[in-house]
Design a binder for this molecule. Structure first.
Ligand code: FES
Length: 107
């Protein structure tokens, strides 16, 4: 199966007391479930896949995910951002600038 877009969502959970942040603590699994649910509701699940991923090594900005084939990294993603990413990026090919890794690095 070749997907039009493939979303990898970090769900890494570090051991208690670890010095680096973990996307698992930032609701990574809930965000995966939310992507899957909304993609299904919008009948996009055949062309777009969202799945769990291990650490994407961009741990300091909060919940991280990457959308391929573009290779666009979003950070600090919350449950409330999922529908916007789907509507803007996945459906309309418009990057959600405020969540881009590059945008967060500039702050
Ligand atoms: S723990 Fe999520 S990017 Fe590293």
């Amino acid at each position: 199966m070749i997907y039009d877009k493939h979303i990898f969502i970090c769900t890494n959970q570090r051991a208690e007391g670890a010095t680096r942040k973990s996307c698992g603590e930032a609701h990574g699994l809930e965000i995966v479930d939310s992507f899957k649910k909304i993609l299904k509701e919008k009948q996009l699940a055949i062309k777009v896949r969202a799945q769990k991923a291990g650490c994407l090594d961009i741990c300091d900005y909060g919940q991280t995910l990457v959308v391929y084939p573009e290779g666009v990294f979003y950070v600090g993603v919350t449950l409330g951002d999922v529908e916007e990413i789907i509507n803007e990026h996945i459906i309309n090919n418009r990057v959600v600038t405020r969540l881009l890794l590059e945008t967060k690095k500039q702050k």
